[in-house]
Design a protein around this ligand. Sequence first.
Ligand code: NAD
Length: 550
Amino acid sequence: MNRSFTITSHNALRCRGWRQEGLLRLLENVLAVGEDPENLVVYAALGKAARDWASHDAIVEALKTMDEQDTLIVQSGKPIGLVKTHRDAPLVIMANCNLVGQWAKAEVFYDLQAKGLICWGGLTAGDWQYIGSQGVIQGTYEIFMRIAERHFGGDLAGRFILTAGLGGMGGAQPLAGRLAGAAILCIDIDPERIAKRIAAGYLDRAATSLDDAIADIRDACAQKRALSIGLCANAADVYPELLARGIIPDVVTDQTSAHDLVYGYVPASRSLEEARAMRRNDPKTLMAESRASIARHVEAMLGFQKKDAIVFDNGNLIRTQAREGGVADAFQIPIFTEAFLRPLFARGIGPFRWISLTNSPADIARIDDLVVSMFPDNKVLSNWIPLARRHIPIEGLPARIAWLGHGERTELALAVNDRVRTGKLDGPVAFTRDHLDAGAMAHPNIMTENMRDGSDAIADWPLLDAMMLCSSKADLVAIHSGGGGYSGYMTSAGVTLVADGSDDAASRLTLALSNDTALGVMRYADAGYPEALDEARERGIRRFEFEASS
Ligand code: NAD
């Protein structure tokens, strides 16, 4: 069947209420802006919106016909059934890709996937929260700005960033680098990804060769001109080549899908087409070759680090894969969360986002004004919103990401809900957040690496978060664990709410958003972070303070 991937613009309901309709529109949206919608893949190589097309169609049918007193149960992208609950219960609950500990391995996942028994939801794909490359752009921008402040006098003008991966999430890097004032070179093996980012307005241009790219980067640096260039090549070739030539970038990272050795990373020994064929025909050899390439890739990153470049892991498990491939010192490269963003997470501040469900760019502009006027003292926000407004193109349903914390998220959502009710906005708005959020994720090689108290691998927090969100009236609650190469590496929780202007929505937003961030602050306070302890006291978060006996 020929599928079309479109978003819905009108205000007419196809479901029995805006809560269901909002979730349906978000499902449509993740496919409309996804990387490979024909295969239901949204981002991160294998992150899917539903298990298969039959499951997708059954989900759509369920959303269209279910009552507000029903709850739809989704297991790894497949709708299992409806149960009668009540109007304060979630409309949708999901458990995606959770394997029992000893079985949580990439090979077991691939086998179950081949049997049609499981699918990976990524973080925001399987629970329909993905908003295109914008979803990570502020995080990437804030990392670049922290580097600018710490190492380059507050500014990346005249600085060279080298990175790779222009996929769903990695595609945010060129625009984030440009917004930070840098000249950024992004390597991707797939010319279609480069073309897609240029078309979307995230990337300035494609280079014809490495020499062409370097010449342009040098010019831009000399003139302190912001620039983003894509180069179609394998990062495992380009990084060592630049190192060998003595060309040392100021900042180096990578956002290829290195987490997945079969469906994500393309080894330097193979063309893109060969690697794609091997996914079916010879995944074992492909895994071994990907790992060998990643080892070279990371050795070059370590080489840049030794020559004083600022090098960091941008959350794709590349160091873990390299260590498995024999690069013993791969973890000399710091993870971005610990290096740059942890003080924000400790205060419960993280990537919050809202989406106009009626496809109204004007509503996003109105909320931009609102958010800046509501939090004039929030410097991160008052810098970010004008930048985002000017430079971030719309992909799919108009949306905005902004890092907000405890209390702020709820205040904003209530103000928006009120404006939906009074007709000051064109229509309902959904609120959600990345799973990479304070209380929502255990990911010991990414989010929770080197926690102060050593609690890196404890997955109780996201599980508690999800249970708490169900009892706090959220509209959709999901528990995700890693699939593909992330199998066994993480567990996280997702939440979505629809602000339809009703009093019920106000109650849901208040409970779910406040409790979500409160748990985030409690998680970091429990681990002993001073910022979290302060935040809990200042905001009246009711956590118990006592020394547990060991
Ligand atoms: P994606 O699969 O959509 O894109 C990956 C890109 O890497 C593709 O365009 C592919 O062609 C390219 N690629 C693969 N191997 C390559 C190689 N050897 N050389 C050059 N290019 C190569 O994935 P995505 O959604 O962009 O995510 C990328 C990674 O970032 C994933 O591991 C994902 O889990 C991770 N991620 C991190 C964060 C974060 O918060 N930092 C957020 C989301 C995703």
